[in-house]
Design a protein around this ligand. Structure first.
Ligand code: ADP
Ligand code: TPW
Ligand code: MG
Length: 577
């Protein structure tokens, strides 16, 4: 058992007091949580101040949702829960979207919210910012806790941390009523209540027979495929995954945020032959990827006519058979599962038939060659290919930069055009395809990694978190935002069908200058109308590390409705477009 001095670094003086504020801070620090993303106000203003005074990095945002998205992606990048701190009711609700997003994406995050007086809230007597926050949060996160006594803060924080990172990671809610923060107790006794979480995300070793079964299925394959998901990127088992892919000789397909786990230019990468490998493969091994809508639920036209067998590696047993039958479920943490598979493959592993790997390679080369000239176009106004062709070269030359990406066409084209070379460098809208993650994600990525960040944003997408450019300037972060300004959602060309004076529902102000927003806070703003101009401006920004926003003028006719997922729009039988 650690002594109080070991836990907090210094022995409290006899008779000294501590309080809820300081116990929360000590509990976080004891567990190596050193950054808080939040928005101050009653009752947590002093909690943020005291945390900053205690040496934590406390980053204040302009809206809790963005602070929450920052915390969520910090969790993904570090395997430690990202912490978001909000005020009661409205601040809490603003943070809740991000908490739900973290849970949906399996990112470890803790939303800590101040809350109002329990006695008044529970009798619904109309307290300041009254809300039963714990009840509201519960269905949207992995676990939710409330602490009422200062001596329980250590346990409360420990439970929150363990719940966020163990098993399938996710969002956790921690409710701290105002009264708790002011509760005083003897400092030495308080220090003893703190808990250092030992082995917060224990390895989960797969059963040996599940490995043997998986290897049997893989051996039977004529046209195997490996799909890498963001769970594989999260697991930070990069070398083992690379070794498995290369030893197997199988083509691999990275999901959006798994791009770069192995370089997109790797000879086995089937990213540019996606349709072919999904349709024609006979055995598919999923590593940290779910068969959700992003993979058409593992069935239907996308997956072709022939029978498929799935090997599925995931830490969450309930994920197995969620959409289709899994022939070989492998339940465990990815690092342990992949190394067990590697061991089981032994020294001599039969490569997949050359007929298959050659077919995949031919399709890939054909598609890449078809795209190449379009990416070199210097059209004005720019189209997606010309503008993204320029950014593609920049990431190729700066492979350790982080790419943040959201929008519809801006997302779909960037995902397929910009090759990634290193793990966890591509951060995007995730499982929900949510707009608004951009600036929070860019800020946390810069803070956590210290690397330059390039945020490629649709003009609509950017609008959801645009005010955080002030935050980027305030903390002087090396973030270059490129707004793909096509004057609207999907396209800038819609007209009001009623003939009335209001703009159509999907269009924005023509000729808007988003670059001026960055200038308003002391950052650099650039208006770029050609791929060459865009390329120069981004390179300058990334060399200087200065907060920069480039308004990239994109042809308002270039995009398509909903980008690549227009098929998900319900169709009216009455009005045909
Ligand atoms: P993508 O969107 O990239 O396809 P998903 O978010 O659908 O990826 O899937 C990620 C999966 O990874 C989740 O099912 C999650 O349970 C799993 N996962 C996350 N971390 C680990 C880990 N360390 N070991 C095993 N599985 C993990
Ligand atoms: C929280 C619906 C999906 S994509 C998108 C919206 C509003 C914006 C697309 O326009 P953008 O990109 O960003 O300008 P581009 O290149 O096609 O013009 N609210 C939330 N999430 C989602 N996904 C939506 C609305 C949507
Ligand atoms: Mg747009």
């Amino acid at each position: 058992m650690a002594t109080a001095a070991e836990k907090t670094g210094a022995a409290p003086e006899a008779g000294a007091l501590t309080d809820g504020f300081h116990l929360v801070i000590d509990a976080l620090k004891l567990n190596d949580i050193t950054t808080i993303y939040g928005v101050p106000g009653i009752p947590i203003t002093d909690l943020g101040r005291f945390a900053q005074a205690a040496g934590m990095r406390v980053l204040s945002f302009r809206h809790e949702q963005n602070a929450g998205y920052a915390a969520a992606i910090a969790g993904y990048l570090t395997q430690k829960p990202g912490v978001c701190l909000t005020v009661s009711a409205p601040g809490f609700l603003n943070g809740l979207t991000a908490l739900a997003h973290a849970t949906t994406n399996c990112f470890p995050m803790i939303l800590i919210s101040g809350s109002s007086e329990r006695e008044i809230v529970d009798l619904q007597q109309g307290d300041y910012e009254e809300m039963d926050q714990l009840a509201v949060a519960k269905p949207l996160c992995k676990a939710a806790f409330r602490v009422l006594h200062a001596q329980d803060i250590g346990i409360g924080v420990a439970r929150a941390i363990r719940a966020a990172v163990s098993g399938r990671p996710g969002g956790v809610y921690l409710d701290l009523p105002a009264k708790l923060l002011g509760q005083a107790m003897d400092a030495a006794a308080g220090a003893k209540t703190l808990v250092k979480v030992i082995d917060p995300a224990p390895r989960q070793i797969p059963a040996p027979d599940s490995i043997a079964r998986a290897l049997d299925v893989l051996k039977s394959a004529k046209r195997p495929l490996i799909i890498l998901g963001k769970g594989a990127a999260y697991a930070q088992a990069d070398d083992a995954i690379k070794a498995l892919v290369e030893k197997s000789g199988m083509p691999f397909l990275p999901m959006s945020m798994a791009k770069g786990l192995l370089p997109d230019t790797h000879p086995q990468c089937a990213g540019a032959a996606r349709s072919l490998v999904l349709q024609d493969s006979d055995v598919v091994m999923l590593i940290g990827a779910r068969l959700n809508w992003l993979l058409s639920h593992g069935k239907g036209k996308t997956w072709g006519k022939g029978p498929k067998k799935f090997v599925h590696i995931d830490i969450e047993p309930k994920e197995m058979d969620s959409n289709v039958e899994i022939a070989a479920p492998v339940v465990g943490d990815i690092a342990s599962c992949v190394s067990a598979l590697l061991d089981g493959m032994g020294g001599r592993w039969q490569a997949p038939p050359a007929e298959w790997t050659e077919a995949v390679k031919a399709k890939r080369d054909e598609n890449v060659a078809k795209m190449a000239p379009r990416l070199r176009n210097n059209n004005i106004p720019m189209d997606y290919q010309g503008a993204l062709g320029a950014l593609r070269t920049i990431i190729q030359q700066r492979p350790d930069a982080i790419l943040v990406n959201e929008g519809a066409n801006t997302l779909d084209f960037a995902r397929s055009i910009i090759d990634m070379y290193q793990p966890r460098k591509r951060l995007d809208v995730g499982t929900w395809g949510v707009m608004g993650v951009g600036m929070g994600t860019a800020i946390a990525a810069a803070v956590v990694t210290g690397k330059p960040v390039l945020a490629v944003e649709g003009d609509s997408a950017f609008g959801f978190s645009g005010m955080e450019v002030e935050t980027i300037c305030r903390y002087n972060l090396p973030v270059c935002v490129v707004v793909f300004n096509n004057g609207g959602i999907y396209r800038g060309t819609d007209v009001n069908p009623s003939g009335g004076a209001d703009a159509a529902t999907t269009v924005f102000v023509k000729g808007a200058r988003y670059d001026k927003m960055m200038e308003a806070f002391g950052g650099v703003g650039v208006n770029a109308t050609s791929p060459d101009e865009l390329s120069r401006a981004v390179n300058t920004a990334m060399d200087s590390g200065k907060p920069t926003l480039i308004n990239a003028v994109i042809d308002e006719k270039a995009g398509t409705e909903s980008g690549r997922i227009g098929n998900l729009n319900p169709q009216s039988v009455v009005a045909k477009k």
